[in-house]
Design a protein around this ligand. Structure first.
Ligand SMILES: C[S@@+](CC[C@H](N)C(=O)[O-])C[C@H]1O[C@@H](n2cnc3c(N)ncnc32)[C@H](O)[C@@H]1O
Length: 279
């Protein structure tokens, strides 16, 4: 195959691409992201045998199937097991004991709304399983969604190696040995945990399909990609998925303090559903 030398992405075309990113994902990127966009799209354009960014935009506009490929390319999916330890301390030491005390005989329903390749979901699963061993009546179900089909495919298989596994092993050795099964250097979370988890594609700009279902929603490290008015839209949608006293967990560099949202502050990174928009 001949090597096609792509021209630089010029300003008008860059603006078109950034508009498409926003249209399909809600993510706002400035023109400073030009190198990132070029680096992500270039291999795809070459693979399709196209010779310019302009041609790719036309291709994207005329091929519905390409939209998912485009979304997979422009999203940033960085994640890790036990990311931000204080979230897991809150979840296991405060949230779970209180929830079980006030909801005996119920099944805890958890949603991770930007699940990426699954490390967060499996961390939730491991925490729940640890809790269930000391409280045998406890039961839970976890839903993991993301807009990227590529990362969800990894999450569904649940096999990890390299960097993501090394940090987990170094920081939580006991849980790692207990819950990760290994075959030839590839690690997979135990099947009893995997059996409690479901995955699906969901765009946070859409209303959740299961209204008032979830007791707790993890929405971590995704709001940062949206501008304030879009963050408000997403948070309004997310609140519809929560039970009346449901809890929302956000990411370390995120805050709801200057937004008008149906959530009230509880603790750093932790919010509770409110009846109306507070801001
Ligand atoms: C940086 S990762 C965060 C993963 C995980 N929550 C964590 O904190 O480690 C952000 C994820 O948000 C997803 N995402 C971006 N825009 C989205 C949207 N509009 N709807 C659903 N997911 C989205 C991306 O595909 C990506 O996997």
């Amino acid at each position: 195959m001949s090597w096609i030398d792509l021209e630089e992405l010029d300003q008008p075309l860059l603006q078109k691409v950034l508009k498409l990113v926003h249209m399909y994902t809600g993510i706002t990127m400035g023109i400073g992201k030009k190198t990132l966009i070029q680096g992500r799209l270039r291999p795809r354009i070459r693979k399709l045998g196209l010779s310019s960014y302009g041609q790719y935009i036309e291709y994207l506009n005329s091929h519905k199937d390409e939209v998912q490929e485009f979304v997979n390319l422009v999203t940033t999916n960085e994640t890790s097991f036990f990311r931000t330890q204080r979230v897991w301390d809150f979840f296991t030491k405060e949230f779970l004991p209180l929830w079980i005390a006030t909801n005996p005989d119920k099944t805890l329903k958890i949603w991770s709304g930007a699940a990426s390749s699954g490390e967060e979901i499996y961390t939730i699963g491991i925490c729940c399983e640890e809790y269930r061993q000391k409280n045998p009546g406890f039961n839970y179900q976890i839903m993991g969604t993301d807009i990227s089909s590529e990362v969800l495919a990894i999450a569904e298989v649940g096999e990890y190696s390299g960097r993501s596994i090394e940090a987990f092993k170094a920081n939580n050795r006991q849980l790692f040995d207990k819950y990760m099964e290994s075959t030839e250097g590839v690690f997979r979370v135990r099947s009893d945990i995997r059996s409690k988890i479901r995955f699906g594609i969901h765009n946070l700009f859409q209303i959740p399909v299961d209204p008032k279902k979830y007791d707790i929603i993890f929405l971590r490290n995704v709001l940062i990609y949206f501008e304030p008015k879009d963050q408000e839209k997403v948070l309004s949608n997310i609140s519809k998925g929560l039970v009346p006293d449901g809890v929302l967990i956000i990411g370390e560099s995120e805050s709801l303090s200057s937004l008008c949202t149906p959530f009230k502050y509880k603790l750093p990174l932790v919010y509770e559903k409110a009846e109306e928009c507070l801001g």
